[in-house]
Design a protein around this ligand. Structure first.
Ligand SMILES: [Zn+2]
Length: 112
């Protein structure tokens, strides 16, 4: 375990892993795997936060929108300043700003 403070952590490499995952290699050599759907569901923008807090309909016959059926892809990941990334998804959503601290918490550690 390193004791580096979080602001020194940054992704040194981001690579696509299959169709539905990305892998981020961090500056401290930790690697984490991220499901694209997981990242989308964790979107920190105000709209998505509100959606997550609103009560879910219990109707099981939920009709899925076309963009929810199509495989979700990451179209782009762009650095925002030195502390965050904005992620653009194939469903057209790109307003989430993922801070590096937040990204670091998401995903799951993979063996180096
Ligand atoms: Zn969002």
């Amino acid at each position: 375990m390193t004791n580096a403070s979080s602001f020194e952590l940054f992704p040194s490499k981001i690579s696509r892993h299959g169709n539905d995952q990305i892998e981020i290699e961090w500056s401290d050599a930790h690697k984490r795997m991220y499901g694209i759907r997981q990242l989308r569901d964790a979107c920190p923008c105000a709209t998505c936060r509100e959606l997550r807090m609103s009560p879910r309909p219990t109707n099981l016959l939920t009709i899925l929108k076309a963009e929810e059926i199509a495989p979700l892809l990451i179209v782009g990941m762009n650095p925002v300043g030195r502390y965050a990334y904005s992620i653009e998804f194939s469903d057209g959503h790109s307003s989430g700003i993922y801070t590096l601290d937040y990204l670091r918490e998401l995903g799951r550690e993979t063996p180096v």
